[in-house]
Design a protein around this ligand. Sequence first.
Ligand SMILES: Cc1cc2nc3c(=O)[nH]c(=O)nc-3n(C[C@H](O)[C@H](O)[C@H](O)COP(=O)(O)O)c2cc1C
Length: 221
Amino acid sequence: MTIEVKQGAQTATNADFISVAAGRRSVRVYDSEWTISKEELQDILKTAIMAPSSSNLQPWRFLVLQNAELKRKLLPIAYNQQQVVEASAVIAVFADPLAYEKAETIYGSAVEAGYMQESVKADFVKRTVQTYGSLGEDRLKSIALVDGGLVSMQLMLAAKAKGYDTVPMGGYDADKFKEAFDVPQRWAPVMLIALGKAAKEGHPTTRLPLEEVAFWNSIEA
Ligand SMILES: Cc1cc2nc3c(=O)[nH]c(=O)nc-3n(C[C@H](O)[C@H](O)[C@H](O)COP(=O)(O)O)c2cc1C
């Protein structure tokens, strides 16, 4: 399928994106012999972290588990969901509610790249630290979790585009995970993503009809 997207004067085709997005399915059976190099996982993560985030604070943090022993350690924590040992890697996604502490580094790199004036940066850093610093714990956590969801989706699509499959997983004991893998207490758990070469296709799923979830100009129950 080729869909034309008008971008001002330009016209781009996005057939590849559509087939990646529509072709992604949760895969729960993996080829346990398949290994994915660190470089390939880094490529996938580099695409993932192009996701947008609130004030570009990039609160996502990842723990990549590739080692068989560590995946076995994860198995009971993930309620014995077999995909965590069979997949080539399990990526635990977290969100740091205090990501604004890196504002200086983040906006500083925009200056170095020539995207921002030094004076603008100083103002950005000051306002960001003031604004986020005045928010309550719950609000900071919910902002970070939205960004964590966006990066997770982008990660799964990046993996699919490279010929791999994934399954997002909320079925694990996040407190036990944090304890077992020495995750900083303040990081909020987003999800685990098992990633690898499918040994069995994911089963097809349906979606609610668009009319049930999308409303136009006003919401009618
Ligand atoms: C936040 C989240 C948590 C999920 N947790 C699990 C899980 O623990 N185990 C599992 O097998 N699938 C899990 N899934 C996968 C869903 O069941 C799946 O995405 C849904 O049925 C739609 O199927 P699809 O991903 O193939 O389109 C989770 C999905 C999401 C988004």
